[in-house]
Structure formats: structure tokens, C-alpha cells
Write a protein that binds this ligand. Structure first.
Ligand SMILES: Cc1cc2nc3c(=O)[nH]c(=O)nc-3n(C[C@H](O)[C@H](O)[C@H](O)COP(=O)(O)O)c2cc1C
Length: 192
């Protein structure tokens, strides 16, 4: 059975991003492992953790809890990230999580030329977001995650499902969410 890692950076029980992400997950085959970033209180790496992490990698103590998010990410077959559109990108908790996932020696390694080589299994990453206003071409959160996925993890299929303008006065939120789900289901949507 394939494993899907669901990275949940949503803040609210009634989150529209979460609804879209759950729709995507329902269409995927595999066992879902969810990481709820706010519930787990994922924090940015402290200076002490940066030091300790390097030591752990140098001494190949890769089972240490400090490396658990990176280990989990490396071992999954697919990734779904749900991240509301904040400040043209995403919230700080997702950035903190990504800091803990990008570990040279666990999720990627540098070759002799300094080029990153992936140590991850994932073949697909789906980034789900919703915004209050228009996103236009400024989905910087997705652009960033896509760049990480391509550069460090060499994930061949990286897609985005987004629903825009949900906080605009008079908007039919249900209709926009429904359209996004339909686009996803018919395989038409998805990238920037
Ligand atoms: C801290 C914060 C920052 C936000 N920044 C933006 C933004 O830059 N552009 C935008 O269109 N909407 C922005 N929004 C609105 C959210 O993107 C929008 O309400 C989204 O649908 C929330 O997702 P949720 O329903 O999953 O919580 C922001 C909301 C919050 C709370």
C-alpha cells in the first residue's frame, strides 16, 4: 500500500483549504499519514537544534527525533500540502516544517559537484490553497514548494489546486469550491 503524507497547515476547523485538500485526498489511493502542523506546534529551528542536527547527520544518528519529519518525508510515496494563502504565500508554520524536512543526508544529499540528489521516494506532490482575494500569478507559496520539490527531492509530478477570491464580498464560496473540485476531478486544473 502506498503512503501519502498529508501536511496540514490549516488553522480553522471550517477551513476551506482543508475541505479542498480532503477532496483531493479522497481521490487518491493510499494510506494517509497526517501531520497537523499547528497541533504539533512546529517551531523554526533554534540555533541549538541547527548544531545538534548537523552532529546527528555527521555521526549518522538518523533515528533521532530531531530528524523525524525529514525521515517521514523521505519515506512517503506522495505528499499533499494544505496551506491557506497568507501574505502572498503561506503561514510561518509551514516554513518551519520545511526547515525540518530539508536535511542534507536524510531527504537529499549533495553530489561531488554540489548538485542536490534526492533521497526521497515521493513521485507526486499536490499543493492545495485558498485565498481571500485574487491570486493571479502571485502564488509564491506554491512556487517555493515547487522549487524545493524539483531541486532537492526530484518529485516528477508537482501540482497545485487553488480556489481564489473566497473573501470577496458577495462571492458564492460554495460555487467556487465546487468548481475547484470539479476541475480537479476532470484533471483540468492544477498548475500555476
Ligand atoms: C494572516 C492572513 C493572511 C492572509 N493573506 C492573504 C493574502 O495575502 N491574499 C489573499 O487573497 N488572502 C489572504 N488571506 C485570506 C485567506 O487566504 C483566505 O481567507 C483563505 O481562504 C483562508 O483559508 P481557510 O478557509 O482554509 O482558513 C489571509 C488570511 C490571513 C488570516
Amino acid at each position: 500500500m502506498q503512503e501519502i503524507l498529508f501536511v496540514n497547515a490549516c488553522t480553522r476547523p471550517q477551513s476551506r483549504t482543508l475541505r479542498l485538500a480532503r477532496h483531493v485526498l479522497a481521490g487518491l489511493e493510499g494510506q494517509i499519514q497526517e501531520v497537523e502542523l499547528y497541533r504539533e506546534k512546529v517551531m523554526p529551528l533554534s540555533p541549538e537544534e541547527v548544531e545538534q542536527r548537523q552532529q546527528l547527520v555527521d555521526t549518522r544518528e538518523l533515528e533521532h527525533p530531531l530528524l523525524s519529519y525529514a525521515r517521514q518525508f523521505a519515506q512517503t510515496d506522495g505528499v499533499v500540502i494544505a496551506a491557506p494563502y497568507w501574505d502572498l504565500a503561506f503561514s510561518a508554520v509551514l516554513r518551519a516544517y520545511l526547515e525540518r524536512v530539508l536535511v542534507a543526508g536524510v531527504t537529499f544529499r549533495y553530489d561531488r559537484q554540489g548538485v542536490p540528489q534526492s533521497l526521497c521516494r515521493a513521485r507526486r506532490l499536490i499543493y492545495v490553497t485558498t485565498s481571500g482575494g485574487p491570486i493571479g500569478g502571485l502564488n509564491l507559496g506554491y512556487g517555493y514548494v515547487k522549487a524545493l520539490g524539483e531541486t532537492f527531492f526530484h518529485i516528477p509530478q508537482i501540482q497545485c489546486l487553488q480556489a481564489e477570491g473566497l473573501d470577496v464580498w458577495g462571492t458564492d464560496v460554495e460555487a467556487i469550491l465546487g468548481q475547484a473540485m470539479d476541475r480537479w476531478d476532470t484533471g483540468m486544473d492544477t498548475t500555476l
